[in-house]
Design a protein around this ligand. Structure first.
Ligand SMILES: [Zn+2]
Length: 90
């Protein structure tokens, strides 16, 4: 174990971003609502953590998902919406 071992084990799932994982887990109405929420966040240009900003922010999305059993940190949400995650599909 340790750094050398970890460096020799790249992740086996390249598309293991939280959004890709959710899209593979959610079904039906929940999946539809998730996709709608993603569009709202993009349309809202909610790319910064601004709790005072109303509407669909990334912070809002992270909180709603976490409160409903899908714990996701704001940083992970932000990485996805900046296109810096592995999934590449916003
Ligand atoms: Zn992603």
């Amino acid at each position: 174990m340790g750094l050398a071992d970890d460096l020799r084990k790249p992740p086996s799932r390249p598309n293991s971003c939280w959004a890709a994982r959710l899209r593979s887990e959610l079904v039906g109405e929940e999946l539809e609502a998730f996709e709608e929420a993603v569009k709202l966040v993009v349309a809202n240009k909610g790319d910064n953590y601004r709790p005072s900003k109303g509407g669909a922010t990334q912070a809002w999305l992270a909180r709603v998902l976490t409160d409903n059993g899908h714990p996701i940190g704001y940083r992970g949400v932000s990485t996805h919406f900046k296109g810096q995650c592995a999934c590449g599909i916003i």
